[in-house]
Design a protein around this ligand. Structure first.
Ligand code: GLC
Length: 729
């Protein structure tokens, strides 16, 4: 296993040798750049902030967008501080800077790694042209609980899909040269297991076995590190009783010693100071000491390193070598970004003007958006809608809305930039098509005053499009919900419209799986449209009218109701598994693992998504019935597009280890291929399964395989699969 070598070089060592204690601490102090707060109220005002920058007491600022502003602050630091060490400029470019892409959970639904990587590259191009060189992304936290608001920021419930997406995003942000003007430092967050708060309640306690941590939650962080991510951000949560921001087990034993990470670790916003609230330290000095000694190099917004470290070193309570280790990592990062070479590399207003919101960037965002849409239901092929339909009624709080379309974590996006669903439809339909609109309901209140107008226009229409869902702030940070129903009275609005008997398509906009069981039963066509960003309208219109055949697949299981949560596909079998559907006699099912008042199955399973095409799978062919250590098993299927429309399909491969020294999940995603299959065409798809794919943390916590029987599954989602057996000798 690689052991991290401390990052350094002559320039870093030469600088370090000249630095005073105060200047060293200054390199660990990261503060907000302007009033844009993404956490508890900012603790610095402008004058104080500028003074700190001029005197080398600040290593970087975040949320200070714009080449001009960045240039001004950089000049202040470089020309006024004694050693002229350049600043980092950080920001949360989670899904685009000004050209806003779909939220990351939506992008994950595309299962399209190239398009996701390109989205990150476009975001980096725009952000670096606006002076940003340090991006607080990718967020790679695995999420299995739909109540948690930040599922929207990640790649869903699966560690394998999440790992590949993490790698794609790191590549997109960092390119292959951090010192290039259009690449920036990625920051893998939030380390670790922030996505597993008890009850899905934001910032809540995380507690799990080491085996679950390593198998289900750590892989995407590891993948991002292996892809070369320059930095890591600690998470707010405790894990097994120790807050991540002061956990030597996480930040040193695993991250550096086991994984060989030799980049820089930054805390989350004020999370070092918050260890006092956690109750593992009693004061600021102990918090600072615990964090720095655990390997948490940089203090974001806590001003706790700047107030405590110098004293601790002078009192001999903290070794200067520990401080130097952290300073080295920060200086090395600045060196790798090319900032010593040219501090103004990222602050050219002319580049910003050319890059931001370019046509190329908008085209990339449209492509990503349409690929992120998931077709959940399409009874009697109601979709796609004919472009020359006479009258459309477009109803719902998202019908004409622009403000909500960028979705959560899109601070730098402009609210009026997005193209609305109404505008997207208008651009698509024929000249003779009339479009009637009504909000019908809003996101929050229980007012039904808009219902009658909405029902009125529905009665006049040939087809009704309902644009329902969450507002942007209902997902993202500090947005856990105890209910995952459609907010407000939108479900009642839908029921009122459904009574008109008109054909209805519902668009569901959300940053999490919503419980839409009634909709699934009573509405003929449903599209999951997440938050799609600047090009929302055109992307949805392309799918509605068939110019793009939807190809998305759910990256998270959709529950029937919140009571089923947490619910995920790679669950264990238990001693009394229940996979029935209530058809067998009641007595057979009483003593089995289920709820009495709802089926065990989810509403829609992980990996689920329909197409306007119809894909038929052949049986699985294996090139051998068993494999020995070091051998590869070839898995093949043929997939036929038995329809008249071309379409992309995500062919998914899962395995099951039937007997292990510990219980094993009933399915584990180990491969997928997204491919275009033309109308009537049949394509052969093959996968190579190796021993690595069959490895897990065994009873003694060593990582490896155990001989025995396995199932392999291939299909269009995690439920509808073909299966075959093989053995590992
Ligand atoms: C927030 C988030 C983190 C973000 C940081 C800076 O609290 O937890 O994801 O990068 O603060 O905005």
């Amino acid at each position: 296993e690689p052991v991290s070598k401390e990052p350094t070089n002559d320039k870093v060592e030469e600088l370090l040798s000249q630095m005073t204690l105060e200047e060293k601490v200054g390199q660990l102090n990261f503060i907000v750049g302007d009033a844009l707060q993404t956490g508890p109220a900012s603790v610095t005002n402008d004058g104080e902030r500028l003074e700190m920058i001029k005197s080398g007491k600040v290593t970087g600022v975040f949320n200070a967008p714009g080449a001009e502003f960045s240039y001004k602050l950089q000049k202040l630091a470089v020309e006024n501080s004694r050693l002229g060490i350049p600043l980092l400029f950080g920001a949360d470019i989670i899904h685009g800077y000004k050209t806003i892409f779909p939220i990351p959970l939506a992008e994950a639904a595309s299962w399209d790694l190239e398009t996701i990587e390109n989205g990150a590259r476009v975001a980096a191009k725009e952000a670096t042209s606006a002076g940003i060189n340090f991006n607080f992304a990718p967020m790679v936290d695995v999420g299995r609980d739909a109540r948690w608001g930040r599922n929207a920021e990640g790649a869903g419930e699966d560690p394998y899909l999440g790992s590949l997406i993490a790698r794609a995003r790191v590549r997109g942000f960092q390119g292959n040269d951090l010192a290039a003007p259009y690449t920036l430092a990625a920051c893998v967050k939030h380390f670790a297991a922030y996505g597993a708060p008890e009850g899905g309640k934001e910032y809540n306690t995380v507690d799990m076995s080491e085996r679950v941590l390593r198998e289900m939650y750590l892989p995407p962080y590891r993948a991002a590190i292996d892809e070369g991510a320059a930095t890591v951000m600690t998470s707010f949560n405790e894990i097994d009783g120790v807050p991540a921001s002061g956990s030597k087990y996480l930040l040193d034993d695993i991250l550096r010693k086991e994984w060989g990470f030799n980049g820089m670790v930054v805390s989350d916003y004020n999370s070092i100071t918050e260890m006092i609230n956690h109750g593992v330290v009693g004061n600021r000095a102990d918090a600072a000491k615990m964090a720095l000694e655990s390997g948490n190099d940089m203090d974001m917004m806590g001003l706790i390193y700047s107030s405590e470290i110098e004293k601790l070193v002078k009192e001999g309570k903290l070794s200067e070598e520990t401080l130097d280790k952290a300073v080295r990592r920060v200086l090395k990062l600045k060196y790798d970004l090319g900032l010593f070479e040219n501090p103004y590399l990222y602050a050219d207003p002319a580049v910003e003007k050319k890059e931001v919101r370019s046509k190329e960037n908008y085209d990339a965002a449209l492509d990503m958006a349409k690929r992120s849409i998931v077709l959940l239901k399409n009874e009697k092929d109601l979709l796609p809608i004919n472009k020359n339909v006479n009258t459309i009624a477009l109803i719902g709080p998202l019908a004409e809305n622009k403000d909500e379309l960028n979705g959560m974590w899109s601070f730098f996006g402009e609210n009026q930039d997005p193209i609305s669903i109404l505008e997207g439809i208008k651009q698509k339909v024929g000249p003779g098509t009339k479009i009637l609109t009504a909000d019908g309901a809003d996101f929050y209140s229980d007012s039904r005053s808009g219902f009658s107008k909405a029902v009125g226009i529905a009665n006049k229409a040939d087809v009704v499009i309902l644009a329902l869902g969450e507002s942007a702030v209902m997902s993202g940070e500090a947005a856990s919900r105890s209910s995952i129903e459609l907010p407000g009275v939108q479900k009642e609005l839908m029921q009122a419209i459904q009574k008109t008997g008109k054909p209805i398509v519902t668009l569901v906009s959300s940053g999490r799986p919503l419980a839409i069981s009634w909709m699934d039963k009573n509405i003929p066509a449903i599209l999951q449209t997440w938050s799609l960003g600047t090009l929302t309208g055109p992307a949805i219109a392309e799918v509605l009218f068939g110019d793009y055949n939807p190809s998305g697949k759910l990256p998270m299981t959709f529950p029937r109701n919140v009571g089923q949560v947490p619910i995920y596909y790679n669950h264990k079998n238990t001693g009394r598994p229940y996979t029935g559907d209530y058809s067998e006699p009641a007595s057979d099912r009483i003593y089995s693992s289920r709820y009495r008042d709802v089926e065990n199955s989810p509403l829609y399973p992980f990996g689920y998504g329909l197409s306007y095409a119809k894909f038929e799978y052949s049986d699985i062919q294996l090139d051998k019935a068993s494999i020995k250590s070091g051998e590869t098993l070839k898995v093949k299927v043929s997939v036929k597009n038995a329809s008249k429309v071309d379409g992309e399909e995500v062919v998914q491969l899962y395995i099951r280890d039937l007997v292990g020294s510990v219980t094993r999940p009933v399915k584990e995603l180990k491969g997928f291929k997204k491919l275009m299959i033309k109308a009537g065409e049949t394509k052969e798809v093959s996968f190579d399964l190796t021993e690595d794919d069959l490895s897990f943390y065994r009873r003694d916590m060593t990582f490896g395989t155990e001989p025995g029987d396995f199932k392999v599954y291939v299909g269009t989602n995690s439920r509808d699969v073909k299966e075959a057996d093989f053995m590992l000798m």
